[in-house]
Write a protein of this length. Structure first.
Length: 316
């Protein structure tokens, strides 16, 4: 058995058991991948994959165990490469950060300039996507980190650590009736009051929209959502042109920047949410990655992160 066979098995699983896609991603031929996997199965004495004719349909019971072992082996091989890079080129390398649009737009600009000043030779890339996609990117090592609010903490194989807490904010134009509320009234704003106005908010797969829907449903109130968007700036634009009131993540509202809008915190209605940064369990992190994590949240020290990465995950 050899590492090439391990790569073929792992990539076949990652490509949803499509040998053609696995071969293409590894820059080799489909027959070569198929032959290598069969030889590996013969050497092991067990079938790794369930087959229907020539098509692979899934993992056998022993195959699922083999796949877990292969994943651990390949992770350690990747770690060896990172260890080598760490000592050969300590402050050089690449860093891919998977993030939602909100994190790319509002959170990361607070830390990336300082990081670049400290590590000018590190090549950075931002890969935007929805939280489930970002989780898979980290698991498949297409990104070093993922930053999002939803999904990450519930994805097996990931270590997700808290970065910042936030709550929703209602944004309105300065002449909107809601701006006439006293401080006490604003702190006690009700769902019934919000439902009196057309609402512009996030698409269902982004930034706490599920929570918004659940809270309204729990009170048997049907809000008049006139526009959904994946971008808080788009939401604010349509609030500004009078389409309705907006409900956005608190990190997306800055009174200094959004001078044409008024923000009303509504955490008492929709709760507090936590943005997390996720890494693959057991991965070796370069020194500059630890530095970035501490810039994101001072409590994410090297010791705290290492303990979390090395912690044995609970059995599923």
């Amino acid at each position: 058995m050899n590492l090439q066979q391990f790569r073929f098995v792992r990539e076949t699983i990652r490509r949803n058991y499509n040998l053609t896609e696995a071969a293409r991603s590894l820059y080799t031929s489909q027959p070569g991948v198929s032959k290598s996997i069969i030889e590996f199965e013969e050497e092991l004495g067990v079938k790794i994959f369930e087959r229907h004719g020539k098509r692979i349909k899934g993992l056998t019971k022993p195959g699922a165990v083999v796949a877990q072992v292969i994943e651990r082996i390949m992770r350690e091989v990747d770690n060896l490469k990172k260890v080598s890079d760490e000592f050969a080129q300590k402050d050089e390398g690449g860093l891919v950060i998977g993030c939602t649009h909100a994190q790319a737009r509002y959170l990361l600009p607070k830390v990336i300039p300082a990081f670049r000043a400290r590590f000018p030779k590190v090549r950075m890339s931002l890969a935007e996507g929805n939280p489930p996609t970002l989780a898979q990117m980290v698991l498949h090592e297409q990104a070093d980190l993922a930053i999002a609010t939803e999904s990450l903490a519930h994805t097996p194989g990931l270590v997700a650590l808290p970065v910042v807490s936030w709550e929703h904010v209602v944004v309105v134009k300065p002449d909107h009736p809601l701006t006439e509320l006293t401080s006490s009234q604003a702190r006690n704003l009700t769902l019934e009051q919000l439902a009196q106005y057309p609402i512009v908010t996030y698409d269902r797969q982004f930034s706490g929209r599920r929570v918004i829907d659940e809270v309204f449903e729990s009170r048997h109130i049907t809000p008049d959502i006139v526009l959904e968007a994946i971008d808080a700036d788009v939401i604010k634009t349509y609030v500004d042109v009078g389409l309705g009131i907006g409900i956005i993540a608190g990190i997306a509202y800055d009174p200094r920047r959004d001078k044409g809008l008024v923000g009303i915190p509504v955490g008492h209605l929709f709760g507090t949410h936590v943005t997390r940064v996720a890494m693959k369990q057991g991965v070796f992190l370069r020194d500059y990655v630890y530095a970035l994590l501490e810039m994101l949240a001072p409590e994410l020290t090297r010791e705290v992160v290492q303990q979390a990465l090395e912690k044995t995950p609970a059995p599923e």
